[in-house]
Design a protein around this ligand. Structure first.
Ligand code: ADP
Length: 399
């Protein structure tokens, strides 16, 4: 059987997402997730994309961790006759620090460098490493590649990535803005340029990646020149449960007024803030939108804060780029929420954005396309596909 598939793995602390993609046709054969890893209720769920328009299946894994999840996945791939076709495995890795400006093959040196970045991403990088090591064990002989969320932003100029704090903290501890969602930006930037008939190497594209985690990026001539997330994915925009930018003195304020420890405030800002904290309803944008549509003023205010921060950042990026060829929305909220897109368009009207309400309302659930009127600065939606980007990189490194 010819080797015609790439296995893409995105390993979190208690989940493992996967997809098998044919690099020639870029079609997904199967995708899925192993969830609740580490608990006694671990479960593997998948969708066979080539069967009956997406046949779904699941299997309980018992008390399973990442290795057992990959064994379960291997069994499934064998059953479906897909295992022999896999030529390489591509892994998402969150933090590559300043060591990686592009994807690469896994070697001992690369694993060490990822390990050295654990202090920058203590929740993510250990899980990513677990996934790589488990894959090396369960699928011996297959090459593994790593694709970093931070790599795309390594082109940012120093004026965009340095924080105005003692320079020694950058030199000695690596404290700087790194940025995340880079794999999505690379995919979305190129796809937007292709759709608009632009040369990515001669273009100015703003992208808002709005999911549970949210960030924005200024892509000039195909390179990231600025982004909103920072040393960690907490900085920048309002997110599902993350605050984004707040006054850093909040740490000492909450300590002095309420006795909060460092960990408590860190937890508050990461898990209890953002849409959830402000709305006092939910982290899911849909719930807040529904409430706002029904006249709940506090829900509307929450959406307005979300859009205010986003529009402010995008306006700053636009000024730095000098010209906007396109503003692209992506991620769960960006791809589906006509309400958020309309709100942001109105706030950015100074840049010549005029919304086509019909196109805006019709663009959701994976549909990509322009949502601005003729004669307007272009606004559009591009459905992101990080798995495809990982499979492209893995194929390029191993073919
Ligand atoms: P992640 O960052 O975890 O990958 P996604 O990109 O899948 O997240 O985005 C998930 C978010 O997308 C959900 O929390 C929800 O708020 C939002 N979302 C999905 N569909 C809609 C919709 N129709 N309207 C508004 N928001 C939506």
């Amino acid at each position: 059987m010819s080797k015609n598939s790439i296995l893409v793995i995105n390993c979190g602390s208690s989940s493992l997402k996967f997809a098998v993609i044919n690099p020639a046709t870029e079609e997904e054969k199967i995708n899925g997730i192993a969830e609740r890893l580490g608990s006694s209720e671990a479960v593997l769920r998948w969708t066979l994309r080539y069967k009956n328009n997406g046949e779904k299946g699941s299997q309980t894994l018992g008390l399973a961790a990442h290795e057992a999840a990959l064994e379960g996945l291997m069994g499934l791939l064998r059953e479906e006759g897909l295992i022999e076709g896999i030529s390489a495995i591509g892994h998402r890795v969150v933090h590559g620090g300043e060591n990686f400006s592009e994807s690469c093959l896994v070697t001992d040196e690369v694993l060490n460098a990822i390990e050295n970045c654990i202090k920058l991403a203590p929740l993510h990088n250990p899980a990513n490493l677990t996934g790589i090591r488990a894959a090396q064990k369960i699928f011996p002989g297959l090459p593994n590649a790593v694709v970093f969320d931070t790599a795309f932003h390594q082109t940012m100029p120093a004026e965009a990535y340095l924080y105005p704090i003692p320079y020694s903290l950058y030199k000695e501890q690596g404290v700087r803005r790194y940025g995340f969602h880079g794999t999505s930006y690379r995919y979305v930037g190129q796809a937007a340029a292709d759709m608009l008939g632009l040369d990515i190497n001669n273009s100015n594209i703003l992208v808002a990646h709005l999911g549970n985690g949210a960030s924005a990026c200024a892509i000039k001539n195909g390179q990231s020149i600025d982004t909103t997330m920072g040393l960690t994915p907490l900085e920048g925009l309002v997110m599902g449960t993350r605050s984004g930018d707040v006054d850093p003195n909040l740490f000492s304020f909450l300590n002095k007024t309420l006795g909060y420890t460092l960990d408590e405030t860190t937890d508050l800002l990461n898990k209890k803030s953002g849409l959830l904290g402000l709305s006092e309803m939910d982290s899911d944008c849909r719930v807040i939108e529904d409430a706002a549509v029904e006249g709940n003023e506090h829900a509307q205010l929450t959406l307005d804060v979300f859009c205010h921060v986003l529009a402010e950042k995008l306006a700053g990026f636009a000024a730095a780029m000098g010209k906007i060829d396109a503003l692209v929305f992506t991620g769960g909220i960006g791809e589906n929420s006509s309400i958020i897109r309309k709100n942001v368009f109105e706030r950015l009207s100074i840049f010549g954005f005029k919304l086509d309400e019909k196109l805006n309302d019709e663009t959701f659930r994976g549909k990509s396309g322009v949502i601005s009127q003729e004669g307007s600065t272009v606004g559009m939606v591009v459905a992101t596909n990080e798995e495809l980007m990982i499979s492209r990189d893995t194929q390029a490194l191993t073919a």
